[in-house]
Design a protein around this ligand. Sequence first.
Ligand SMILES: [Zn+2]
Length: 93
Amino acid sequence: MQTIRQKIVDLLSRHEMDARELSQELGIREREVYTHLAHVARSVKAEKKKLIVYPSQCLLCGYVFDERKRFTRPGRCPQCKKSHLTRPMFQVK
Ligand SMILES: [Zn+2]
């Protein structure tokens, strides 16, 4: 019996996914996915792996949120002030 966090590590080891895809795959709310991801980021370090975050990007001006530490999708672009943003993607490597 795998825990949710083990399942997340398992899924993200195979391919990159965003939080919405993870929530659908695991049958939990997206908000819960972010909580689990914070723990996963710490626990995979013990296996000499890393939770890689592919940052959100603005679809209008191309701004990349590469300084962002949080896992959630940002609200709006600081450059053009619009909110056409991609979701951050996650992978375990
Ligand atoms: Zn922008």
